[in-house]
Design a protein around this ligand. Sequence first.
Ligand code: HEM
Length: 96
Amino acid sequence: GVSSLVRVTPSMLKFMNGRKDKETGKIKDAWSVYQGKVYNISPYLPYHPGGEGELRRAAGKDGTKLFMEVHPWVNWENMLGECMVGIFVSEEQPPA
Ligand code: HEM
């Protein structure tokens, strides 16, 4: 539900993006923003028809523009529903 959604700031987005898995040493998290929503795109990386590299170009960033340039017809909300982690907010967010 909405109450479990994290408020993600630009610095959190960057921080989450570089984290490595303790056991494998591989970068595990890739978070991107699409239209104000933050997604952990990691599980989808191997399945992206345009390749992992293309999807990673939006890692740690707002990918909306890149996404819309390439395939505005793709319904990412349906595809990534499970991967949504929160909403994107500005750095200084007063308490709700
Ligand atoms: C293709 C999903 C982000 C670049 C596709 C296709 C899907 C998809 C379903 C096949 C579309 C079709 O054939 O009509 C997604 C999702 C994204 C995402 C869910 C976000 C989470 C991106 C980003 C880029 C990108 C950020 C570019 C930086 C491409 C390219 C193709 C493609 C170049 C075409 C591959 C080809 O036809 O050879 N993507 N995409 N995608 N995607 Fe993405």
